[in-house]
Design a protein around this ligand. Structure first.
Ligand SMILES: NC(=O)c1ccc[n+]([C@@H]2O[C@H](COP(=O)([O-])OP(=O)(O)OC[C@H]3O[C@@H](n4cnc5c(N)ncnc54)[C@H](OP(=O)(O)O)[C@@H]3O)[C@@H](O)[C@H]2O)c1
Length: 286
């Protein structure tokens, strides 16, 4: 990578950012496309978020990704939001369009794309979603636009699941049945045998010894299991494979959401295969 006077700067706003894989993926993509861009991590203390956002304009930064804990709190400093970001109320990508800061959310789109590429249809499907944090928020708002039949939500902190349920109710088409169950009932509710897709959108699985967020007993082996956590070997995925269920982890979602951000900043098609290759190599090494 050769930095010159014309290098365009993009990066990541978060706190902390030391765990991020985005510089690896995005810088590889820029190199692959011969683009004079560089992607940098910015660890921003909470009291500096407003100043840091203003600096995007002041420093003529092309754009940034936004991660925990700023996806919602950055919204008030932006000039415009995409329709998805507006509905979700959270942003993971900012584009500096000649001084106008526009917020997008590519997480949910990345999730949907990762299923479509595996030819997993969402039409008329019954879906069980565990979690009510940032990932669950983006995923659920994208799901309700995909012709699903039913979305059952649960979360350890019930009030957060309720908040998500109430937000979704305002945006969901009348054809989507929305339901909420208590976390304690996640292993026992009677509709388990009808679930087509089960999604773990909690952070359980990020650490080696984390338990599975749900017991897979009584889910039919036809249920597709999606763990948004990047690890290949979460307890949930191990159990799913053990039962012969089809499943995937969060790596493809990570790549596709990054690809959509790349396209917003550069106006070019993202080199998805290259991005997958780089991330695949990274996970083989660790
Ligand atoms: N693949 C991708 O591209 C992608 C994108 C975004 C996020 N992710 C991954 O998705 C996961 C969630 O991220 P996020 O941004 O949604 O985080 P977040 O906003 O902090 O939400 C965390 C969620 O996990 C739940 N949780 C945490 N510890 C738990 C436990 N011990 N038992 C049960 N539930 C627990 C929380 O429940 P409470 O509400 O009860 O605390 C909440 O629902 C992370 O692993 C992240 O790396 C992946």
């Amino acid at each position: 990578m050769r930095i010159s006077g014309n290098t365009k700067i993009v990066g990541l706003f978060g706190y902390p950012v030391s765990h991020t894989l985005s510089p690896l993926i995005q810088n590889a993509a820029f190199r692959e496309c011969g683009l004079n861009f560089v992607y940098l991590p910015f660890s921003i203390e909470p009291s500096y978020l407003e100043q840091a956002t203003m600096a995007i304009r002041a420093l003529n930064i092309t754009g940034v990704n936004v991660t925990i804990p700023y996806k919602e709190s950055i919204v008030k400093y932006l000039d415009e939001l995409s329709s998805e970001a507006k509905a979700i109320g959270a942003v993971n990508t900012v584009f500096n369009s000649n001084g106008k800061l526009i917020g997008y959310n590519t997480d949910g789109k990345g999730f949907i794309e990762s299923l479509k590429r595996r030819e997993i249809s969402l039409q008329n499907k019954q879906i069980f979603l565990i979690g009510a944090g940032g990932a669950a928020l983006s995923i659920s708002f994208s799901l309700i636009k995909e012709g699903i039949n039913r979305l059952i939500l649960t979360n350890r902190t019930y009030s957060k699941a309720e908040d998500l349920f109430n937000k979704l109710k305002k945006s969901a088409p009348p054809t989507v049945k929305l339901e909420l169950i208590e976390f304690e009932k996640r292993n026992f509710f009677s509709e388990k045998e009808n679930i087509d897709i089960l999604i773990n959108a909690t952070s359980l699985g990020m650490h080696k010894d984390d338990p599975s967020p749900v017991d897979l007993e009584n889910f039919p082996s036809s249920t597709y299991v999606y763990d948004v956590v990047y690890n290949e070997d979460t307890q949930l995925l191990k159990k799913a494979r053990g039962k012969g269920m089809k499943c995937q982890n969060g790596v493809d979602m990570l790549v596709y959401q990054a690809g959509f951000a790349f396209e917003i900043w550069t106006g070019r098609k993202a080199p998805i295969d290259k991005m997958k290759e780089i991330i695949g190599r990274y996970f083989k090494k660790i």
